[in-house]
Structures are given as C-alpha cells and as structure tokens.
Design a protein around this ligand. Structure first.
Ligand code: NBP
Length: 486
C-alpha cells in the first residue's frame, strides 16, 4: 500500500487491535482510557459494531470493516496487537496483514501462543522486515481492561516504539509498570506459559487445602474464613482472595454452597500441559506443575474414577481433629511452602529455557511484573524479586529468607501430608512439593541404585564417588569392573 499520510498525524490511530472478543475489546478500551487513539478490526464486523455501540463513547476509536482500511488508519510505524484465538487464527491474521504492512511496522501477538510458533512467526516476519512481538498477557478479562501484566518478547528495537504504551496500559505495583522487555523471539510467550503453569500448581494447592479442611469437618463458610484470614498475611494473593469469595457463593437454585454443586472435573486449555512438556524437553523437574495438570486429568478421567470407586478400598476421608487451630496453621504452612516450591520450579524452567535459547532473561524483572495484574499476583513475589536481584540463585529455595521460612513451615507441611494420606485424602501437589524439597536437600539420593540397574541391563555405565571416569561391571561374566572412557 502507499503512504498512509503524515506520520503521527492526529487523524491516525496510534495503536490497532485485531480481534474484538473479550480480551481484544477490553485491551482496546484500556488503550482508549489512557488517551490513545485506537483502531479496531474484527473478522466479523458485527462484533466490532457491538463494541462501538456499547463502548464507543469511552475514547477515540477508529473502527474498520476492512483490514485494508484498518491498516490505513494507523500511524507509522504501525503498532498492531492481535488478540484472536491462538494457533490457526493468529496465523490467518498475520497472513492477511503481512502484504499490507511496511518495513518497521510491529505486529504483536497478545494471545496464549505456543512459544515455538512465536519463534517461527518472528523468523518469517523478519524476512518481510516486520517486527513480530510475542507478548504474554495475563489477568483475564478484568486485567485486559484495567491493567494486565504484560510479558513482551521479540527484537529489542521494538521496545522503545511500543514498550512505553504497553507499560502505560499495564497494571502498576507501587508505581512501577507490570510490563518489561523479556527477551528475543519466544521469550515473552515462554514466560507467560510458565506463569500459567505456576497458576495451575497454585490452584491445585488451594484445592488440596480446602479438601483437607473439609475432611477435618470444617464447614464451607469456616474454610472461606480461613482463606480470608490467610489473605491478610504472607499468603496474600489474588487466588487466595478469590477462593474465599468462591467458597462464600451459594447456589442460586438450591441455596447450598456453589462449590458443592459444581461438577468435580477441572478443565484445561493447554498452557499448563505445555509448561510440563517443555520442562521434560529441557530436563527441568517441575513435579508440582505436572501433578496439577495430572490432577485435572484424573478429575476428568471418568472411566478410572468409576472403576476405582467400585473396586478400591481405603480410609473414609475423615480426619480426626484434636486441635483445630493447629490444623489451620499446618494447612497454611503447607500451602505457603508448596507455593514457594512451585515458584522455584517455574523460575528454574525460565532460567533453563533462557540458557537454552539465549534469551538472557532477568528473573528478578520477570517476577517484578507478576506482582500486580496477573492471576498469580501475590505479596510473596515482591520478596522473591528482591532475592533474585540481590544474588545469583541456582534455586529460589536457597534464598536465605525463603530457606528459613521453609524450615519453619515444614513441620506443619509434613503433618498435613501425613494426616491426609492416613485418611485417604489425595494431596498430590503438597506431596510433590515436599518430595522436591527433600530431594533437593538430600545428600545421597537413591539414583545410585538406578544407575546400578541401568548398568546391569543396558551397560549404561556408572560414575564412582571416589574416582573419575565411567565404569561398567561384567554382570554376566566375572563381575569385574572396567573403565569405559579410558
Ligand atoms: P477467543 O480466543 O475466544 O477468540 C475469538 C476471536 O478470534 C474473535 O475475535 C474471532 O473473530 C477471532 N478469530 C478466530 Br476464532 N479465528 C479467526 C481467524 N481465522 N481469523 C481472524 N480472526 C479469528 O478470544 P479471547 O477469549 O478474547 O482471547 C483472545 C486471545 O487471548 C487468545 O489467544 C486467548 O488464549 C488469550 N487470552 C485469553 C484470556 C481470557 O481470559 N479469555 C486470558 C489471557 C489470554 P470472529 O468474531 O470473527 O469469530
């Protein structure tokens, strides 16, 4: 297309949003509320029309029915944010946009993309001299409207052109924007993926805490009160806050707690699974996140549950409580400790991914932009960010203040797992977190025996504690040892 007119003209929009479903329209309204002129486009015009009808008076919107008109309505370099269904939808929009754009224009994918797709798209668009930015956006519909946490990744030179606008619409924590440049190509979407993985684990721990207290005979209202109380302390976080709200909700039809009416099968859209798949590829143990994904799969495995309920025996889920205050304190400790372990695992995955793909991600900065706007926002993140800024940590667990608090929490944490296990209440998240904690601090793991077995059946060799090199035993011969790397 030709010259779109004078750059930075007040006639032209400063940013454009493609996709007028809930996320895109809310993001567009957020831009408008901060004083930006916003171009709008959606594949189906009726949806754009609806947004304009309902919210047109909120700001300076320029809606286009045709993509060509949308592109022409933007100042250059064009800043276009795609908020459509991730995958084929994003590719379709990019394909239609590419021939209409000019060198230096910026396309942002704000959807929940697989970071491998982001790497591919950035590579392809670089050939057209277009900047492609994969931006993780967290906070759901409310965040998109009032301030999400934004994790943009891509070629660094886009950031001065777009970053300040994204920072303006992002959530703020004590005056600091929850948006920062994450790193090249897929870095932003990778970090958003891991954010979602941690979110899965966090919700699983909350569900387990609820289940243990329920098994101990607390009413839903009492459990809600416990979460409300915890939200005033070190566990202060969005998810803990909304747990008490959800538990307080009564079913409009029956008057019972809504949670008792909801079908006990948790669904998933895929980012938790991706977090685990990529952790497996990278060799990073994220067992709490994996257990959270599997717990959802187990809940939805109807055949397994039906057969299990018919065939399997065990304790009846009742936890006898001698000291209710002690139990509440123990469950709080288990929740806190497990949550820290999930953060440690997610951040380990980010560090490893960053090394693998040469992203040079600043973990302290990532944690900082999670302090507000996003679903895992929590008071604890301020402390974690400071710990990473102060020292080069191999794991969050070794940070002095964290290690000390995990030590204080572990007695209660262990007690909760013991009580739950004895009563037949499954706590896969709490148990996985504790197994990770104990494995990390164990001076001698049974992996030695695993190596011995591997050498026996596959001549996979082993290393010795007292000498360099690789060794093999002639298991089917004279049982002598040979050095294999000499
Ligand atoms: P959806 O994920 O429900 O997608 C609907 C939008 O995609 C509509 O605008 C639709 O246009 C458009 N679209 C589709 Br479907 N296929 C298309 C195609 N081939 N070409 C052009 N447009 C197409 O919207 P959403 O819930 O607003 O989410 C948008 C993105 O944000 C997704 O990637 C999502 O994963 C991510 N996200 C969502 C949330 C959340 O809380 N919902 C949170 C964080 C991130 P149409 O009107 O013409 O059908």
């Amino acid at each position: 297309m030709g010259d779109a007119g004078p750059m930075n003209s007040a006639d032209l929009a400063q940013v454009g949003v493609v996709g007028m479903a809930v996320m895109g329209s809310n993001l567009a309204r957020n831009f408008a509320s901060k004083g930006f002129r916003v171009a709008l486009y959606n594949r189906t015009w009726a949806r754009t029309q609806e947004v304009i009808d309902q919210h047109g008076s909120e700001g300076d919107f320029r809606a286009s029915e045709k993509l060509e008109d949308f592109v022409a309505s933007l100042e250059r370099p064009r800043r276009i944010i795609i908020m459509v269904k991730a995958g084929a939808g994003t590719d379709a929009v990019i394909q239609q946009l590419t021939p209409l754009l000019e060198e230096g224009d910026i396309i942002v994918d704000g959807g929940n993309a697989d970071f491998h797709d982001t790497r591919r798209r950035e590579h392809e668009l670089a050939e057209h001299k277009l900047h492609f930015v994969g931006a993780g956006i967290s906070g759901g519909e409310e965040g998109a409207l009032n301030g999400p946490s934004i994790m943009p990744g891509g070629p660094k030179d886009f950031y001065p052109v777009l970053g300040p606008m994204l920072e303006k619409i992002s959530a703020h924590y004590e005056g600091e924007p929850c948006c920062t440049y994450i790193g090249p190509d897929g870095a932003g979407h990778f970090v958003k993926m891991v954010h979602n993985g941690i979110e899965y684990a966090d919700m699983q721990f909350i569900a387990e805490a609820y289940d243990v207290l329920k098994a101990a005979g607390l009413s839903t209202a009492e459990i809600s009160d416990a979460f409300r109380q915890w939200n005033t302390g070190d566990l202060d976080s969005f998810l803990i806050e909304i747990t008490s709200i959800v538990l307080d909700q009564t079913d409009p039809r029956t008057g019972q707690p809504l949670v008792d009416i909801i079908v006990d099968q948790a669904e998933q859209k895929g980012t938790g699974r991706w977090t685990v798949q990529n952790a497996l590829e990278l060799g990073v143990p994220v067992n709490t996140i994996a257990e959270a994904v599997f717990a959802r799969s187990t809940s939805g495995h109807e055949a397994l549950r039906k057969a299990g309920q018919a065939a399997l025996q065990g304790p009846d889920r009742s936890i006898a409580v001698e000291d209710r205050q002690q139990l509440l304190s123990d469950v709080r400790d288990a929740l806190w400790a497990a949550k820290v372990v999930a953060y440690a695992q997610g951040l380990d995955e980010i560090r490893t991914g960053s090394d693998e793909f040469d992203w040079n991600i600043d973990i302290s900065a990532v944690v900082k932009i999670w302090r507000a706007g996003c679903i895992i926002r929590a008071k604890l993140l301020d402390r974690i960010s400071n710990e990473y800024a102060a020292q080069n940590l191999a794991t969050l667990l070794e940070a002095p203040s964290v290690a000390a608090d995990l030590d204080s929490a572990q007695t209660g944490w262990r007690r909760v797992i013991g009580l739950a296990t004895a009563a037949g209440v499954p706590v896969p998240g709490f148990s996985a977190a504790l197994a990770y904690y104990d494995s990390a601090r164990d001076p001698r793991l049974p992996a030695a025996l695993v190596q011995g077995l591997r050498d026996y059946f596959g001549a996979h060799t082993y290393r010795r504690v007292d000498d360099a090199g690789s060794y093999h035993i002639e298991w089917s011969g004279d049982r002598s040892e040979t050095r294999t790397d000499a």
